[in-house]
Design a protein around this ligand. Structure first.
Ligand SMILES: Cc1cc2nc3c(=O)[nH]c(=O)nc-3n(C[C@H](O)[C@H](O)[C@H](O)COP(=O)(O)OP(=O)(O)OC[C@H]3O[C@@H](n4cnc5c(N)ncnc54)[C@H](O)[C@@H]3O)c2cc1C
Length: 430
């Protein structure tokens, strides 16, 4: 039997260390550092590299990467157990060298970059000396890439990019952008686009504005205009027309890693919810004694445990198959489940805390809003549900018959026929 719900004791010791390190050293940073990618923040410069050095010393740096890229080559199950701890603190992924979108962009560069590009972009990215941005969504649509119009044309030895991108997170802090642009407008929709490395200092890049989501005080999601942005010919990643294939390199891992970190976030809210339920008194008893509050605690615990097991099983399947495509239905199902569980647990935690729960003095209102981030970024929930349904339906077949295959009348007749030779002649009671 290979089903096992226990963690290897040696790895558990690493997890225990990570847990304490995140609680004691990293969680406080979230109250001091504005944005973990803002290299101009002196507090960041003083505090983060110190902790990154400690993580490297413990051989826990960039665990998702192979040893050839300076990582530890962890499988997805180990990453899941680790990321669910890192999810508690905003700065934790950067301290452990596995922050989005850099982790996915690094995968693209490792796969498709030339040796010179790996030296120039990948090496400092993996060391978190710089950070990067993924620039794909456009103002007129994100969920349907077929509507993208941002264009790249080859003129001599240069690609020239013109167009607009929307919600390019971290562009204001990034040293380079990975940009998807149309290179062959007449090709079939999924072969029209290509992927490029665009250094941020290239003339013609204009950040029109940095958009903030509801819980952020400062925007970091750039609305960008590219006007005659010229980049060298070799800054194309992969072949012309392969933009979608290149994009897939980053998305499979990225989606499941977001889910792993979400487990950490919702467990944190659950801890706070339980503490409050056991502390706050109303009408002579603690909230924990009210049955409707108990229902919220029970529903939350059930949601979290189900979601966590689903994430772990998906991680295990990825390790087994070593192929994200084969596990597509599971990854999309996890992606589609994540915003609901995240939302519901944070909303219940907010409700149990009452007015202070809704205030900015507790993390719940921000968490409820952030659950929508998880339901939009890397593809909206609806699109992932479509993927799940298509994949799952692909395992079934329809019937040519008017009545269903499992029509009870037909099944009963077939059963009687099958065992007729063993049955009494009088079968009227069957
Ligand atoms: C916090 C955050 C960070 C982001 N970071 C980045 C980034 O770094 N780089 C980047 O390129 N993009 C980024 N995005 C953009 C993200 O990828 C898009 O928001 C997403 O793809 C949806 O596109 P849209 O916002 O244009 O919504 P639309 O495409 O307009 O979709 C709106 C809604 O329509 C519905 N819908 C869409 N398609 C379907 C369908 N097939 N069936 C049924 N209903 C459907 C859904 O309810 C969907 O939410 C980020 C988004 C957020 C919220």
């Amino acid at each position: 039997m290979s089903w096992d719900f226990e963690t290897d004791p040696a790895f558990q010791r690493d997890l225990d260390w990570i847990d304490e390190f995140v609680r004691e050293e990293i969680e406080p940073l979230d109250f001091i550092i504005g944005h973990p990618n803002d290299f101009t923040d002196p507090n960041r410069t003083k505090l983060i590299p110190r902790l990154q050095a400690e993580v490297k010393r413990r051989k826990l740096w960039a665990c998702h990467l192979g040893a050839d890229l300076g990582g530890q080559g962890y499988g997805q199950v180990k990453l899941a157990l680790m990321n669910e701890i890192l999810g508690r603190a905003k700065c934790a992924p950067i301290v452990f060298g596995c922050q989005a979108p850099d982790s996915g962009n690094a995968e693209i560069l490792a796969h498709y970059g030339t040796p010179a590009q790996k030296d120039r972009y990948l090496a400092p990215l993996l060391e978190n000396k710089i950070c990067s941005c993924y620039s794909m969504t456009e103002p007129q649509g994100g969920a349907d890439p077929k509507v993208f119009t941002c264009r790249a044309e080859l003129r001599g030895d240069e690609w020239v990019i013109n167009g607009e991108k929307w919600f390019s997170s971290n562009a204001r802090y990034a040293a380079f952008l990975i940009v998807m642009a149309v290179t062959d407008p007449d090709a079939p929709p999924y072969q029209r686009m290509s992927m490029f490395i665009v250094p941020i200092e290239t003339p013609g890049i204009e950040i029109v504005r940095n958009v903030a989501v509801g819980y952020e005080s400062e925007g970091a999601h750039a609305y960008i205009r590219y006007t005659n942005v010229k980049i060298p010919r070799d800054h194309l990643l992969g072949e012309p027309g392969q933009g979608f294939i290149v994009a897939q390199t980053r998305l499979g891992g990225g989606r499941i890693h977001h889910a792993m970190r979400t487990v950490g976030k919702i467990r944190h809210a659950f801890d706070l919810m339980c503490e409050r339920a056991l502390s706050r008194t109303t009408q002579g008893e603690v909230l924990a004694q009210k049955q409707l509050v108990q229902a919220m605690i029970a529903d939350s615990w059930i949601d979290i445990e189900q979601f966590r097991l689903f994430v772990l099983r998906t991680a295990w399947k990825i390790d087994k198959t070593k192929n994200y495509r084969e596990v597509r239905a599971d990854i999309s199902a996890v992606k589609a489940t994540m915003p609901r569980v995240y939302h519901d647990v944070y909303a219940r935690a907010l409700q149990i805390h009452g007015s202070i729960g809704l205030s900015t003095e507790m993390p719940f209102a921000a968490g409820v809003l952030d659950s929508f981030h998880m339901g939009l970024a890397d593809g909206p929930t609806e699109v992932h549900k479509v993927t799940v349904a298509r994949q799952v339906l692909g395992r079934y077949q329809g019937t040519e018959e008017v009545f269903p295959e499992y029509h009870l009348v037909r099944r009963r007749e077939a059963a009687i026929l099958k065992y007729a030779h063993l049955l009494e002649r009088e079968v009227g009671n069957l």
